[in-house]
Design a protein around this ligand. Structure first.
Ligand SMILES: Nc1ncnc2c1ncn2[C@@H]1O[C@H](COP(=O)(O)OP(=O)(O)O)[C@@H](O)[C@H]1O
Ligand SMILES: [Mg+2]
Length: 604
């Protein structure tokens, strides 16, 4: 009977598919998992034993007033309850163990996917969604799979055994009872339909709430500076209101079910008592049968009610499994070659051949870029902001893949190298660098974990940080807070530069890497860069043209095109050239020096 209910709620296919998908995660400890399921058989069926024993007890002791062998019944009841209790304990333990291992495995696999995911995923996914998808969904998926399956099985066995007790006592009463029970639990099969749309909307509110918390954390300065508290509060409150409305709506849609069930059951009990009394008078059943029957019937109500509830949870976890696997099976847009070419060193240089790139289909950001940068060369990229300079350099470590054309290192397409191998040869410094929670030294060592203290010291010196470090009580072991929040912008940038120095990679990309430094330290750091980068291939993007003057060549990127390419002198010689115009604006303009600086910032 319940089986039919259950099948209505989840078609067999979905059941099989979901278990097949999860199998690799269960496989390593399948004997434990099986044991945790098998334990449901005795746990579930022992319920019925108590109901069953009430028959002889009532007939012999209560009705027959006989004290003949009454001693064994209470002892057996206590004995069985003890066994059931021990089994319950074992079941709970196994459940926690197996469930814990399963969640651990799935979360670890998801995190592995998360760290390997291509950057474009993060362009379009909010932090709240990531938290929800990679964490909450994994928990939901696992708890549904084992926990719910287990309660489901326990209840099935318990129901089957109790129904056996019903039939043992009286088949007439059993038929009546089962008809009533089916009517009573029927509405539960509609729960899923009633809830589905609400659950989806609820999830989306949860993403947004998570994201709001994250934004409040990361954007706290901006919120304070622009007095955005009220805006944040009203957005947050409106989300809370939505969640409240959804919760209330869920309750409104489903809360009538329990009272309805109680009502139907009470009718059933009334009928069973009337019919039972009649059957006793008729002599068809004994009073013991009747007591045992009613007990079994009352006991049956709970598992039966829960089976359908559990079926709903199983449904929910199946939806979560779907979402989890849509992530796990999501093809990475950055494909790695099966048999990658190894890249032991960079000997010749990097070539861009007819490189076109778009973030979104149809909106091309880079158009047919051709560039040849030799080892030992420093190429500066300049041009108006939004022109595509950062995009161009982000193609080298394959944060994104070219849409057309190719980028080659020593003549080999970068897509033919293993991703790790390629990135191992690239050091990058950005305008806004991410530092990890930890100390200065820990962050710098990320560039090269096996570096000696001497190397670290040299890198710090070259990044113009020694003086600052010496002024700190704990020196390089100073804790810098999450995202390096305890450092100034310029200090953060210099830590990132030191990290890049330590990496000592043959390809160096500096994307406005000295933008937060004052003129003096920028000059010093720039000199260190010039010295250290002599035998390397360097791409430098800088808005202060004074810092790029020494580059071997300068490329002007304008609206996604390589507009001009040449040495400082060559580009200055082009009448009305873009570089010449930019340069003159920064240095020759007859305006106050401070304003010139500001102007330069606006330009780049
Ligand atoms: N992650 C992204 N997704 C979509 N468009 C982007 C992304 N990053 C940059 N863009 C767009 O690409 C263009 C080039 O940007 P960018 O390379 O950052 O310019 P630049 O570094 O020269 O200032 C801009 O129009 C910008 O809006
Ligand atoms: Mg940029």
């Amino acid at each position: 009977m319940k089986k039919i209910d259950f099948r209505q709620m989840m078609d067999k296919n979905q059941f099989a598919t979901n278990y097949k998908r999860m199998w690799p995660f269960i496989k390593p400890f399948w004997p434990m998992a099986l044991l945790s399921l098998l334990i449901c058989v005795p746990v579930g069926s022992l319920d019925a034993v108590i109901a069953l024993f009430l028959k002889p007890y009532t007939d012999v002791v209560v009705v027959g007033k006989s004290m003949e062998s009454p001693w064994y019944i209470p002892i057996l009841i206590v004995g069985f309850t003890t066994v059931q209790g021990l089994l319950n304990f074992g079941g709970a333990y196994l459940n926690a163990w197996v469930g814990g291992r399963l969640t651990m495995g799935l979360k670890a696999r998801l995190y592995e996917k998360l760290v390997a995911i291509e950057p474009s995923y993060f362009d379009t996914t909010t932090s709240g969604e990531v938290l929800f998808r990679f964490n909450s969904d994994a928990e939901l998926a696992c708890s549904g799979l084992l926990g719910n399956l287990k309660s489901f099985l326990t209840r099935i066995f318990s129901s089957v055994a109790l129904i056996g007790v019903l039939f043992y006592n009286s088949w007439q009463l059993s038929i009546l009872a089962i008809v009533i029970l089916v009517v009573a639990v029927a509405p539960l099969t509609k729960v899923k339909k009633l809830l589905t749309s609400l659950v989806t909307r609820n999830n989306s509110c949860m993403f947004q709430l998570n994201t709001t918390y994250n934004e409040t954390f990361s954007g706290n300065r901006t919120i304070a500076a622009y007095n955005l508290q009220d805006r944040q509060k009203s957005r947050f409150n409106s989300l809370l209101n939505d969640v409240f409305d959804l919760t209330v709506a869920m309750t409104r849609r489903t809360a009538w079910i329990t009272p309805f069930m109680h009502f139907v059951i009470s009718i059933g009990l009334g009928l069973a008592i009337a019919m039972g009394s009649w059957l006793i008078v008729q002599g068809t059943i004994s009073p013991g049968n009747f007591v045992s029957f009613i007990t079994a019937l009352l006991m049956l109500y709970t598992p039966l009610k829960n089976i359908t509830n559990v079926a709903v949870s199983v449904q929910q976890s199946f939806l979560a499994i779907d979402r989890v696997f849509s992530i796990l099976e999501r093809p990475c847009s950055l494909q790695e070659k099966q048999n990658p070419v190894s890249l032991p060193a960079v000997r010749h240089g990097i070539t861009f051949e007819h490189v076109c790139f778009s973030y979104k289909k149809g909106v091309e950001v880079l158009h047919d870029i051709n560039l040849d940068v030799r080892v030992g060369e420093m190429l500066a990229l300049v041009g108006n902001s939004g022109g595509g300079k950062s995009t161009l350099v982000s193609l080298i470590p394959r944060f994104y893949d070219v849409t057309r054309g190719s980028i080659k290192v020593d003549g080999t397409d970068i897509r033919d190298f293993a991703l790790n191998d390629l990135r191992q040869h690239i050091a990058m410094v950005f305008q806004d660098n991410f530092l990890f929670d930890g100390t200065i030294k820990e962050n710098i060592l990320l560039g090269n974990p096996s570096a000696t203290d001497e190397d670290v010291k040299k890198a710090l010196h070259n990044a113009c940080l020694s003086e600052f470090i010496d002024s700190l009580e704990k020196g390089v072991d100073t804790y810098i807070g999450e995202r390096g929040i305890l450092l100034s912008g310029g200090q953060k940038q210099r830590v990132a530069i030191a990290r890049a120095f330590l990496k000592n990679a043959p390809i160096v990309i500096l994307d406005e890497a000295t933008s937060a430094l004052d003129n003096k330290s920028e000059e010093i750091v720039q000199r260190a860069i010039d010295n250290l980068m002599r035998d390397k291939t360097v791409f430098v993007i800088a808005h202060r043209l004074s810092t790029v003057k020494n580059a071997n060549r300068i490329a002007v990127i304008h609206e996604g095109n390589l507009a001009e390419l040449g040495t400082h002198e060559e580009l200055m010689a082009i009448p009305g050239g873009q570089y010449r115009t930019l340069y003159n604006m920064q240095f020759k303009a007859p305006i106050h020096h401070g304003e010139a600086e500001q102007k330069a910032e606006e330009v780049a």
